[in-house]
Design a protein around this ligand. Structure first.
Ligand code: TXA
Ligand code: MG
Length: 306
């Protein structure tokens, strides 16, 4: 089968109410028809995800997004600058059937994003409507960034799976709510500074947990205990190094490049978890730019965020 036939078969699976492993530029998603409550229920079940945690509706383009949410000038400006790409916008719902109640967890807002991966774009365009796609991990585990990891996490629950190779970015999209004052709900590879350059200052989400129902404390977590900002690992611990001089097999980026570190992060956490169940020690990572998102995921992996 060539790529086109696989995309057609995956779109057919969505139409039949089935789940599909969908590669994106950030992480692999577990996709379903956003308007089909039974299919959406199967997504929650496959992930073991609490049903109060809403899903992102993925669209092929701005026209499809306009069918499901109401855009204001700030949303227009952000979509023009960053779509297709790793930015999710939380906006007021316009059509409460296109993205069913369960997918929205009953909220009157919807999170939307247009992914940049060609297979995701082809699948959504071929399907012809919005597709919910949470990260394809089981709830509370690191997001899958390779096809093999996605298959291992939730593959058995799917009717079709598209292999898009390793995810280029490796961290989930940045989530910004535009319901009143713009708010950063989840840092990601589109940085705070890049967003503020377009729409001005962003408020933080941490002071308003209700608005980011998915931000559970222990999230993205391997089974092994994780220690952060470690300069000397203990015997038996896997060492996630960063920068020149870091020894061992798990250097997130020998050259100290944050993009490379983001792309490696979840795969290395998984790998280290397999080889060193006694513990994972992570070197200090700079907090600026993309480092904000990397440190956010690490804090959650270590269980530090309440
Ligand atoms: O990069 C990504 O965004 C990946 C790929 C597959 O696209 N998807 C992803 O989905 O990370 P998920 O479900 O793992 O994370 C969605 C986040 C959750 O934290 C959820 O609480 C939040 O978005 N969210 C969804 N709808 C929301 C809403 N209406 N209001 C506030 N937060 C919302
Ligand atoms: Mg997730």
């Amino acid at each position: 089968m060539d790529g086109k036939a696989e995309v057609a078969a995956a779109a057919e699976a969505l139409r039949a109410g089935g789940l599909v492993l969908m590669p994106t530029e950030t992480v692999y998603g577990l996709a379903a028809d956003a308007g089909n409550a039974r299919a959406v229920a199967a997504v929650y079940e496959a992930k073991g995800r609490p049903s109060f945690n809403p899903l992102i509706a993925h669209v092929s383009d701005l026209a499809m997004a306009r069918r499901i949410v109401r855009f204001d000038a700030r949303a227009e400006a952000l979509a023009a600058r960053f779509w297709p790409g790793p930015l999710t916008l939380v906006l007021p719902v316009a059509d409460d059937e296109a993205v069913c109640d369960l997918a929205r967890a009953g909220l009157d807002s919807v999170a939307v994003r247009a992914p940049a991966h060609p297979l995701a774009q082809a699948l959504i365009a071929r399907f012809g409507g919005p597709v919910v796609a949470p990260s394809a991990n089981r709830s509370g585990r690191p997001s899958p960034t390779t096809f093999a990891d996605a298959v291992e996490e939730t593959g058995p629950a799917t009717l079709a799976a598209l292999d898009g190779g390793p995810c280029k970015i490796g961290l989930e999209s940045t989530v910004v709510a535009l319901l009143d004052a713009p708010r950063l709900l989840r840092p990601g590879s589109v940085t705070r500074a890049e967003i503020e350059a377009v729409i001005g200052p962003l408020a933080d989400a941490e002071d308003d947990a209700k608005r980011s129902p998915g931000r559970l404390a222990r999230h993205y977590a391997p089974n092994a205990p994780v220690r952060l900002e470690v300069t000397e690992p203990r015997p038996g611990e896997a060492w996630l190094a960063f920068g020149p001089g870091g020894s061992g097999p798990w250097n997130l980026s020998p050259s100290g490049d944050l993009r490379e570190a983001a792309a490696n992060l979840f795969a290395y956490l998984r790998g280290a978890d397999r080889t060193s169940p006694s513990g994972i020690a992570v070197a200090p990572i700079p907090h600026e730019g993309l480092g904000e998102a990397i440190n956010d995921r690490l804090k959650r992996a270590a269980g530090f965020v309440g």
